[in-house]
Design a protein around this ligand. Structure first.
Ligand SMILES: CCCCCCCC/C=C\C/C=C/C(=O)SCCNC(=O)CCNC(=O)[C@H](O)C(C)(C)COP(=O)(O)OP(=O)(O)OC[C@H]1O[C@@H](n2cnc3c(N)ncnc32)[C@H](O)[C@@H]1OP(=O)(O)O
Length: 719
C-alpha cells in the first residue's frame, strides 16, 4: 500500500505502508504506480517526495513473493515511470533503503537521507542481483569500482559513506521528510535531464578489462561456488560497456538464471531461517514470546584462556561491564594484555572508542558477587567445572544466571551440582568467540524459560546467531560433526588421501576440508576426548579386530598421528606438513602417504579408487543422518536450527542452505537410498544406519522442508 497526501500546498507526498520494513509487495507496487500517476496528473503538484512509514524507507522487494507466482505491476516500468516524470521526485530515506528499495530511490531524481540511514544492494546475499535497474544505474552514478564493491558484497553503507560516494545528495540529522519536502520545493521547475541516471554514461575508467578480470578472479575465489556474485560482476560489466537498454536486457537475462536457481532458494531460506531461530521453543512448551528475559547489566567470565578472552571481548563490546576472573596471576596479566589488544583493534575497525574501562580484572572469584550473569570458561573438565559452579552458587547474589561454555560436557549434570538448576544454561561459543557468529544456547530439563530467554537475548546483543538447543553429547553442531569426521577417517583407510577428501569438500563449498580443519583446530582435542571415552589403545595391534572398538568400526588413524606428536598446525605436522609450527599453509606430506600405505598393509586393507561423489555422500549423508536423529530426539526444534548452526559455525556453504535444506534439495528418498547402500557395505558403522525419522518422512511422501515440523509432530503422535 502507498498513501498519498499533498503537503506544503504543492508537494505530493507518497508514503509506503507495509510493516515491518515496507517491502515492495504487489500491493505496495500498485500503490506506488497509482499515487505517482495521481501526483503527476495533479496540476497543483510541482514536485513529489517518496518516503516510508515507521522510520524505514524500504527493505526491498518482498522476498516472500519470490517463491510464488508474482502478480502486480513489475518494478522496472514502475521505476522508469518515476525517472521519466516531468516533476522532480525526491526519495526521503530513513532507516534502510535496501535492494529494490534503493533501486526505487535511484529512479528518483534526488535522494535525501537521515544520518542514521543505511543503504545497500544486498541481493547477492539472496542469490540474486539488483535487477530493477540497480546494476545499471549504480555504476553510472558512482563509477564502476565502487558499484562493483557494493553489488558483489551486498554490504550496507552509512548515510555518510553514501554521501561521499555520491549515492545521496544530502544528509540530515533532522526530520528527513521535512528536509525532503523543503528540498523538493527548492528544485521544482529545474531541468530534470541531468538527474535521470539511466541517461548518463558510466564514468570513464582506465583499463576496464584489467579491472573486471581482477575483480572476477577475486569474486570467484571468495564465492566458493556461489553463482550470484559472478552474475553481479557480469551485470556491472554490461553497464560499463553497453548502452543502458542493452545493459538492462543483460541484467534481465542474468536475473532469469539466478531467480529460479537452487542457490537463490537456499540463500533465501537462510534469510528466513536466521530470523526463525529467534522464535525458539522448548519441548516443555516454553517459548520466546511467553518468556521474559532478565535484565543483564553486569556479567562475569571465569577462566581467561582463549575462549574466556574472546567471550570477555564479545560481552564488553555490547557495552556491558564485565568482571574477568583468572586465578593465576601470570595468566591474568597475559589475558589483560590480549583482551585490551582485541578491544582496541575491534574499536579501530568499527570507528568507536575501545571499551577498555568496561572490563575489571580479578584473581578472586568473590569479585563476581553482584553480577547478573556468569559465563564459566575454565578447562574442559567436569570436576573442575563442578567446583567452579559450586563456588559461584555460594558467591553470587540470588538469581544470578550461571552459564557454562562447555563444548561437550553434560550441562544438566553441572546444573544438578548447584542449588538452583533452573538458573543454569550452556552458552557454547565458537573460537574465536568475539568473531564467530554462532552461539548454541543449551537448555537442560530444569533450565528455566527465563534463563534461556536471557541467554538468547544476550547472544543477540552480541550479534550472534543464537540457537536454543537441548542438552546431549556434543549438542547439535559437534554431535553431527562426529560421524562426518569418522567417515573421513574410514575413507583414508579404504584408499583416499586427506588431499582428495578435502578437495571434494572444498569444491562443495566448505572453506576448508575436514583434514585441513582438524589441523587448524588441533588433533589433540579429539584425541583427548577419545581417550576419555576409553577408545584409544596402543597402536601396535593389526587386522580387523584392532579397528573394532566398543562393538563398532573405529579408525585409530587420528590417535596414531597424535602418538607421533603430530597435532596439526601448532606442531607444524598433522594431516599435512607446514613450514614451521603455527604456519597456516598446508602442504602435502609424503611421510603421511607412506604412513597410510604402511597402516593399510598392517591391517590387510587394500586401497581402492574413491571418487568425490563417494566422499560427499559418505561424509555429508552421515552428518545429515545425525541431524535427523537430533530432530527426532527433540534436541533441535526444527531443521532451521540445525541449518543456522552449520552455516554460521561450521563453514557449511550458505548457498547450499545448510545440511537439512541440502537433504531436502537432494531428495529425502535419495539420501535414504544412499545411506542404505553404504550401510550394507559397512554394517559395522551405526551412523550409516538411516534414522527412523528419515525413513518415516520418506514413507509419508517426503514433505518439503517447511512442512517437516508438522510431519514430525504427526509422526510422533502416531508412535
Ligand atoms: C525471471 C526474472 C523474474 C524477475 C523478478 C524480479 C523481481 C525482483 C526485481 C528486483 C530485485 C530486487 C530484489 C530485492 O530487493 S531482494 C530484497 C533485498 N533486501 C534485503 O535483502 C533486505 C532484507 N532485510 C533486512 O536486511 C532487514 O530485515 C532490515 C535491515 C530491513 C531490517 O532489519 P531488522 O529491523 O533487524 O528486522 P528483521 O530483519 O528481523 O526483519 C523484520 C521482519 O521483516 C521481514 N523482512 C525483512 N525484509 C524483508 C523483505 N525484503 N521481504 C520480506 N520480508 C522481509 C523479516 O523476515 C522479518 O520477519 P520475520 O521473518 O517474520 O521475523
Amino acid at each position: 500500500m502507498a498513501e498519498y497526501n499533498r503537503v506544503s500546498e504543492c508537494v505530493g507526498l507518497i508514503t509506503l505502508r507495509n510493516p515491518p520494513v515496507n517491502a515492495l509487495s504487489a500491493a505496495v507496487r500498485q500503490g506506488i504506480v497509482d499515487t505517482v500517476q495521481r501526483a503527476l496528473s495533479d496540476p497543483n503538484v510541482k514536485s513529489v517526495v517518496i518516503c516510508g512509514q515507521n522510520g524505514i524507507f524500504c527493505g526491498g522487494a518482498d522476498i516472500k513473493e519470490f517463491g510464488s507466482n508474482m502478480t502486480g505491476p513489475p518494478l522496472i516500468p514502475m521505476i522508469h515511470a518515476i525517472e521519466s516524470a516531468n516533476k522532480p521526485v525526491v526519495a526521503a530515506i530513513e532507516g534502510s533503503a535496501l535492494g529494490g528499495g534503493l533501486e526505487l530511490a535511484l529512479g528518483c531524481h534526488y535522494r535525501i537521507a537521515h544520518s542514521k540511514a543505511r543503504l545497500g544492494l544486498p541481493e547477492v546475499s539472496l542469490g540474486l542481483l539488483p535487477a530493477a535497474g540497480g546494476s545499471q544505474r549504480l555504476p553510472r552514478l558512482i563509477g564502476v569500482p565502487a558499484a562493483l564493491n557494493l553489488i558483489t558484497t551486498g554490504r550496507h553503507v552509512t548515510a555518510a559513506e553514501a554521501l561521499q560516494l555520491g549515492i545521496v545528495d544530502q544528509v540530515t540529522d533532522h526530520n528527513t521528510v521535512d528536509a525532503a519536502v523543503k528540498f523538493a520545493l527548492s528544485v521544482a521547475g529545474r531541468s530534470l535531464d541531468p538527474r535521470r541516471i539511466s541517461t548518463h554514461p558510466c564514468p570513464q575508467q582506465p583499463d576496464l578489462d584489467a579491472l573486471f578480470e581482477e575483480v572476477m578472479q577475486k569474486v570467484r575465489q571468495s564465492a566458493r561456488g556461489a553463482i550470484a556474485p559472478i552474475a553481479c560482476v557480469q551485470a556491472v560489466r554490461a553497464a560499463a560497456t553497453l548502452p543502458y537498454a542493452q545493459g538492462m536486457e543483460r541484467e534481465r537475462e542474468l536475473m532469469a538464471t539466478l531467480f529460479t536457481s537452487g542457490q537463490a532458494r537456499a540463500l533465501q531460506y537462510c534469510f528466513f531461517a536466521e530470523r526463525a531461530v529467534g522464535r525458539w521453543r522448548m519441548p516443555s512448551g516454553a517459548r520466546w514470546d511467553t518468556s521474559k528475559p532478565r535484565p543483564v547489566h553486569k556479567a562475569a567470565v571465569i577462566g581467561l584462556g582463549t575462549m574466556g578472552r574472546g567471550i570477555t571481548v564479545a560481552l564488553a563490546q555490547t557495552g556491558l561491564s564485565v568482571i574477568a576472573v583468572e586465578t593465576q596471576e601470570k595468566q591474568l596479566m597475559e589475558a589483560k594484555q590480549a583482551i585490551s589488544g582485541m578491544l582496541e583493534r575491534g574499536a579501530k575497525r568499527r570507528g568507536v572508542a575501545p571499551a577498555l574501562d568496561g572490563v575489571i580484572y580479578s584473581q578472586n572469584i568473590q569479585a563476581v558477587a553482584d553480577v547478573d550473569l556468569v559465563i564459566e570458561a575454565v578447562f574442559e573438565d567436569i570436576a573442575l567445572k563442578t567446583k567452579v559452579f559450586q563456588q559461584l552458587s555460594a558467591v553470587c547474589k540470588p538469581g544470578t544466571l550461571l552459564c557454562t561454555n562447555t563444548s561437550a560436557l553434560d550441562v544438566d549434570q553441572l546444573a544438578s551440582e548447584t542449588p538452583n538448576p533452573e538458573l543454569v544454561v550452556g552458552m557454547h561459543f565458537f573460537a574465536p568467540a568475539h568473531v564467530m557468529k554462532l552461539l548454541e544456547v543449551v537448555y537442560g530439563p530444569r533450565s528455566s524459560p527465563q534463563a534461556v530467554a536471557t541467554a538468547m537475548q544476550l547472544g543477540k546483543k552480541m550479534g550472534k546467531a543464537s540457537v536454543a538447543v537441548g542438552n546431549c553429547r556434543g549438542f547439535v553442531g559437534n554431535r553431527m560433526l562426529k560421524p562426518y569426521i569418522e567417515e573421513a577417517f574410514f575413507l583414508l583407510e579404504e584408499g583416499a588421501t586427506p588431499e582428495l577428501v578435502d578437495q571434494a569438500l572444498e569444491e562443495f563449498g566448505f572453506p576448508m576440508g575436514v583434514f585441513r580443519m582438524s589441523d587448524l583446530s588441533g588433533l589433540d582435542v579429539g584425541w583427548r576426548v577419545r581417550k576419555g571415552d576409553g577408545l584409544v589403545e596402543p597402536g601396535t595391534a593389526s587386522g580387523r579386530s584392532a579397528r573394532i572398538r566398543q562393538g563398532r568400526r573405529y579408525s585409530p588413524l587420528g590417535d596414531l598421528l597424535c602418538e607421533e606428536g603430530r597435532f596439526g598446525q601448532k606442531t607444524g605436522r598433522g594431516w599435512y606438513q607446514y613450514d614451521k609450527p603455527g604456519s597456516r599453509v598446508a602442504r602435502s606430506d609424503p611421510w603421511l602417504h607412506s604412513f597410510l600405505g604402511a597402516y593399510r598393509a598392517q591391517h590387510g586393507l587394500v586401497a581402492r579408487r574413491i571418487d568425490h561423489q563417494e566422499v560427499l555422500e559418505r561424509c555429508l549423508y552421515a552428518l545429515i543422518n545425525e541431524g535427523f536423529h537430533i530432530l527426532d530426539d527433540g534436541i533441535a526444534a526444527g531443521p532451521e536450527d540445525i541449518d543456522v548452526i552449520y552455516v554460521s559455525g561450521y563453514g557449511w556453504p550458505r548457498h547450499r542452505g545448510g545440511p537439512m535444506f541440502y537433504a531436502n534439495m537432494v531428495g529425502l528418498a535419495k539420501v535414504l537410498e544412499r545411506l542404505e547402500h553404504y550401510q550394507q557395505l559397512h554394517p559395522e558403522v551405526p551412523h550409516l544406519q538411516p534414522s527412523s525419522l528419515l525413513r518415516r518422512l520418506v514413507a509419508s511422501g517426503s514433505p518439503p522442508i517447511h512442512k517437516w515440523g508438522e510431519a514430525i509432530k504427526k509422526l510422533h503422535s502416531q508412535l
